[in-house]
Ligand binder design. Structure first.
Ligand code: DP6
Length: 325
């Protein structure tokens, strides 16, 4: 095959209805469906070159060589691509993020979405959007949602092939903005992969999963109808339910910091005072505060004044994963 380099770019996403726990950990078949929006302006850019003279796969993240479990996880996706494309060459992978990794802004989502797209193209494959979403999912569940554009739903599916994400509304459908209050940019203690495996140890997880279709429907409708009040209520509810499962698993996972809880109280007070806002938190301490575009400056300003807030990242609705060169 011809050796050439393909570079793809993908945005992380913020889940409004969360993925937490798998029915199959190896295949990353989730216990429930989830809904998210891609985050514009934040991205991972990944280049893949299959090279007949390379002895092993190699990985550079932000110009630093990565070996061990990080490389193994990337090689796992490269193996799937090699199998599909019927090639044997090892690959050189170079990846760069423009946002801090491991701090509740899911870097694995944009990383594996960009890898799935660049590696499959570099291997000469032309995968469909659902096929790319499935491939990205094998690297990181939430990465399945960073393949399609805008507002995205990841359906549970009934098997490995129909477990993919699709767009439920395009980028320009609704001018939502995510103001991410960075509380701690330090690397999180328990990664999502280990966390998913613990979900079933919480007595609350079954109730969370059983009730998921109801929450998905409310959230999907709120997005489609651009009903911010219903949207804010359901995202806070869903985030609080997921964190209840995390806190009651064995061993328990407590991702919140004091500042995290402080922001919850502020957000609720702001809403009561007439500013439309709602919060959600992934597997970290940072608080994602959602609002409409015209309120983003005000929300950012208020968040910056709060104790424990180190930085605020502001992101609108992001596009699909795409090839950049
Ligand atoms: C809390 O997709 O990071 O952000 O599949 O093990 O890579 P792996 O997990 P990951 O889990 C994301 C968990 C979450 C909620 C969500 O994004 O839906």
């Amino acid at each position: 095959m011809n050796t050439h380099t393909i570079t793809a770019q993908s945005s992380p996403n913020i889940a409004f209805i969360k993925y937490w726990g798998n029915r199959d950990n190896t295949m990353r078949l989730p216990a429930n469906g989830s809904i998210s929006m891609n985050l514009d302006g934040l991205f991972t850019r990944t280049s893949v070159t299959f090279n007949a003279s390379a002895q092993t796969d190699s990985l550079l993240i932000n110009n630093k060589p990565v070996t061990g479990p990080g490389l193994t996880r990337v090689s796992y996706i490269l193996d799937l691509v090699r199998e599909m494309a019927k090639i044997n060459e090892r690959a050189e992978v170079k990846s760069e993020n423009n946002f801090p990794a491991g701090a509740g802004i899911a870097s694995s989502a944009s990383a594996f979405a960009a890898l799935a797209l660049s590696a499959s193209k570099a291997a000469g494959l032309n995968l469909s959007e659902p096929e790319l979403s499935v491939l990205a999912r094998r690297g990181s569940g939430s990465a399945s949602r960073s393949i399609p554009a805008g507002f995205v739903e990841w359906q549970m599916g009934s098997n490995e092939k129909d477990c993919f994400a699709f767009s439920i509304a395009p980028v320009d459908h609704w001018n939502l903005v995510d103001c991410i209050a960075v509380v701690s940019a330090a690397h999180k203690k328990t990664g999502s992969t280990e966390g998913h495996a613990l979900a079933g140890t919480s007595p609350l997880q079954n109730a969370r999963v059983e009730d998921a279709p109801r929450r998905l429907e409310i959230c999907r409708n709120a997005i489609l109808k651009k009903d911010f009040e219903a949207f804010a209520a359901i995202i806070e509810h869903d985030s609080d339910i997921m964190h209840s499962v995390m806190m009651t698993s064995n061993p328990p996972l407590m991702y919140w910091q004091a500042a995290t809880v402080g922001i919850f109280h502020e957000v609720r007070a702001w809403r009561a005072g007439g500013l439309p806002v709602g919060y959600t938190v992934d597997a970290g301490a940072n608080v994602h505060v959602l609002c409409l575009g015209e309120k983003a400056k005000e929300v950012e300003k208020r968040l910056r004044e709060l104790p424990g807030v180190e930085n605020v990242l502001v992101a609108g609705v992001g596009d699909a994963a795409k090839i950049v060169s």
